[in-house]
Structure formats: structure tokens, C-alpha cells
Design a binder for this molecule. Structure first.
Ligand code: COA
Length: 161
């Protein structure tokens, strides 16, 4: 049986931390779909289409990885995609409580959907998309956190030179 995994997130924008989780999941599962949530409540900097395009470009070297946007319940999207596994990265113990709640809710909504947690690589444990945006907005260097394609997109969006 081929196992398809879904890696959901807002990816506003995708970082090297996300990329690390995707690359490792791509080794574990037959295919991985990076599911980019619309997440209107988070008022993303980049529109959904741009976030999908950036993830596609950054992850284009991974053959069994595809990227899709979605604007519905995650469990419903997983069902549509016929994904059996949700992948989530854990950066610190503080992530666990929320992640446990999310996994339990998703399993209640779709009993066959299992959540697999991957520990985030140590060098990326303190990264979040919001922090990257803040550092970039204030003129800091984000080279070690995001792909050059994302840096260019941030420069354009934030009107930086
Ligand atoms: N490396 C670097 N950063 C990471 C990371 C990693 N490995 N893992 C997470 N992060 C960052 C993310 O970039 C995000 O940063 P931000 O808050 O500054 O944007 C932060 O950590 C939180 O990540 P996450 O918990 O994955 O939040 P998210 O907004 O990216 O994704 C969804 C949350 C989309 C999975 C969730 O809201 C969802 O499922 N939405 C769909 C609607 C739904 O079904 N809701 C009911 C769920 S039961």
C-alpha cells in the first residue's frame, strides 16, 4: 500500500525549518502533499497563491512532493487527497500541547487519519514565519532561515531595497 502524507501549515512564507520537515517526510512516505492553508484568521502577508508558488519553487527538487492550497477543514482536505498521515513538526515542548489537541481533533473528525510528529532540526527550533517576516521588515538578514526565492519575495512585498 502506498502511503500519502499531508504536511499542513500556513507557510507565510515557507522557511528552511519547514523544508527540513518536508525533506525528511519525503523519505518516510511514498508521497507528501504540502497543504498550504488559507488561514484568513492569521492575515497572511502573502496571498495563498503566492505561498503555494513559493513552496513549489523551494521544494521543486523533491520528486515525490507536491504543493496544494486549501481553504476548508484540514481533515476534509486530507480525505479529498486520500492522505492517511498528517505530518507535523515539533520545535519545542511548548508546541506539544497545541499539537496534541490538533491531532486529537483531526482524528476525531477522521478516525483513520494518523498524525506523525517529527522533531524539528535543532538549528531551526527557534524559527517561525512571523519572526522571519519581522526580522526582514526591520532590515535584518534572513539568509540562514529562508531560500533566496523567498528573500526576493519578501523584499518585493515589504518594499525593501
Ligand atoms: N520550522 C520552522 N517554523 C515552523 C516549523 C518548522 N519545522 N513548524 C512550524 N513552524 C512555524 C510556522 O511557520 C508558524 O509560524 P507563524 O505562526 O509565525 O506563521 C508557527 O510555527 C506555527 O506553525 P503551525 O502550528 O504549523 O501553524 P500554521 O498556521 O502554520 O498551521 C494549520 C496551522 C494550518 C495546520 C491549522 O490551522 C489548520 O489545520 N487549519 C485548517 C483549518 C482546520 O482544519 N482547523 C481545525 C484544525 S483541528
Amino acid at each position: 500500500m502506498k502511503i500519502k502524507a499531508l504536511y499542513p501549515g500556513t507557510f507565510d512564507p515557507i522557511t528552511y525549518g519547514h523544508g527540513d520537515i518536508v525533506a525528511r517526510a519525503a523519505v518516510m512516505f511514498d508521497s507528501v502533499i504540502v497543504a498550504v492553508a488559507a488561514s484568513p484568521g492569521k492575515q497572511p502577508l502573502f496571498p495563498l497563491e503566492t505561498r503555494v508558488q513559493l513552496a513549489q519553487q523551494v521544494l521543486s527538487h523533491l520528486d515525490n512532493v507536491s504543493v496544494c492550497g486549501f481553504d476548508c477543514l484540514l481533515a476534509e482536505f486530507a480525505k479529498q487527497c486520500e492522505a492517511l498521515v498528517l505530518v507535523r513538526g515539533l520545535r519545542a515542548v511548548s508546541d506539544f500541547e497545541y499539537e496534541f489537541q490538533l491531532a486529537s481533533m483531526n482524528r476525531a473528525l477522521m478516525p483513520h487519519l494518523e498524525t506523525v510528529f517529527l522533531p524539528t532540526a535543532t538549528r531551526y527550533t527557534y524559527i517561525s514565519s512571523s519572526l522571519v517576516k519581522e526580522v526582514a521588515r526591520l532590515g535584518g538578514c534572513v539568509d540562514q532561515f529562508v531560500d533566496p526565492i523567498v528573500i526576493q519575495a519578501l523584499r518585493t512585498k515589504l518594499c525593501l531595497t
